[in-house]
Design a protein around this ligand. Structure first.
Ligand code: OGA
Ligand code: NI
Length: 369
């Protein structure tokens, strides 16, 4: 079906659900809208003006640069330096970029190219994967996961869920099958390294986080942000925190990712070969707020497309009901801020509130004053 702006109702009898569903029914995503030549964005993408304010600090302000951590020598002479930098960045920013981490740049570039190829293949090829079903492990959709709760964003996503046990590579989209196999292997490896370094940064033995199996599996999102004809009205990704323990992201050179730091939106500048790492909500819970899950967003831009790949690390399906609470070793004098929970409850909470509101508040321990 050809989609043009005239398909969408304007005026008082505007029905957002109908519009969202009409775009779902095209199975062509935001890219389908752009390809059909829309010059104005459909209303379901229009965000309140305060959510699209573009102001950001200039990267020249040295105190406001997302930390870049060089992993060179992390297994030997520079380990304590790297651990200290990770601690500082996780406490103060919740976000950092790492370089010289051992994941070949070619593997990262090919993964980004594979995601771009997926989204740029003929509509018919993608349409068969179009779905919002949480149980479907390989799928394609537009605008965000929970569109009943949130305003749509100017983004298409191919999502692959490795959490619920082995996934037959035959089920991977063919246009990025090899890239995906290679890339996820490297992500698993670097996540193990990071779990050791984060454990040490918390003052724990290096195998601590891996022993509690909190980052054993990943959910992967291959994002495609088509150019947007009205970038001042919408977002590529709305401000949110990630519900994961840890997220590792790669981005191409288009820019647009920002992190909220000291009341300002600070750019996360594209850096060839770097992995962007951020602390998720679940990590903030088990560290009793020592490490912070920080809000971030992606601007919609008049130029494009932009491609990114996010790997969200979580416990595996077998640990869905395993309780995770504040790490006892981290509580010297402090009392826990959060009660224990498990992945199933935590994600249920996330799906019901949506991603723009902190998922952590319902887990706060209430104290008599
Ligand atoms: C996310 C996210 C940023 C990006 O998928 O959670 O924050 O650059 N993505 O696509
Ligand atoms: Ni995110």
């Amino acid at each position: 079906m050809e989609v043009t702006i005239s398909n969408f109702e304007e005026g008082s009898n505007y029905d957002i659900d109908k519009e969202v569903k009409a775009i779902d029914a095209t199975k062509a995503g935001v890219k389908g809208l752009v390809d059909s030549g829309v010059t104005r964005i459909p209303r379901c993408f229009v965000h309140p003006p305060e959510n699209v304010l573009k102001s950001s600090s200039k990267s020249s302000n040295i105190s406001h640069q997302v930390p870049i951590i060089d992993f060179e020598g992390f297994e030997s002479c520079r380990r304590s330096e790297v651990v200290n930098e990770i601690r500082k960045a996780s406490e103060e920013w919740g976000f950092f970029q790492i370089i010289n981490h051992g994941t070949p740049v070619a593997v990262m570039d090919e993964m980004l190219a594979g995601v771009k190829r997926f989204h740029e293949q003929p509509q018919e090829a993608k349409a068969e994967l179009y779905s919002r079903d949480p149980k479907q492990r390989v799928k394609f959709f537009y605008g965000g996961v929970v569109l009943t709760k949130e305003t749509a964003v100017w983004r298409d996503t191919v999502a692959i869920n490795f959490q619920d046990g082995e996934l037959d590579p035959e089920l991977y989209p063919e246009v990025l099958r090899e890239e995906l196999s290679e890339y996820t292997k490297h992500m698993t490896k670097i996540s193990k390294t990071l779990s050791e370094l984060l454990s040490e940064a918390l003052g724990l033995r290096c195998a601590y986080l891996s022993s509690i199996e909190c980052m054993d599996t990943q959910a992967l999102a291959g994002n495609y942000y088509p150019l947007c004809p009205e970038p001042d009205l919408t977002m590529g990704t709305t401000k949110h925190t990630d519900p994961s323990f840890l997220t590792i992201l790669i981005q191409d050179n288009m820019g647009g990712l920002q992190v909220h730091h000291q009341n300002q939106w600070v750019d996360v500048p594209p850096l060839q070969g770097a992995l962007v790492v951020n602390i998720g909500d679940f990590m903030q819970l088990i560290t009793n707020d020592k490490f912070r899950s920080v809000q971030h967003r992606v601007l919609a831009q008049e130029v494009g497309p932009r491609t990114s790949v996010a790997s969200f690390f979580f416990p595996g399906a077998a640990n869905k009901l395993k309780p995770y609470g504040v790490i006892k070793e981290l509580l010297s004098d402090d009392t826990p801020i959060y009660r224990a929970t498990h992945l199933a409850e935590f994600m249920g909470q996330y799906m019901s509130t949506g991603s723009s509101i902190s998922v952590l508040s319902p887990f706060k321990v209430t104290r008599p004053c």
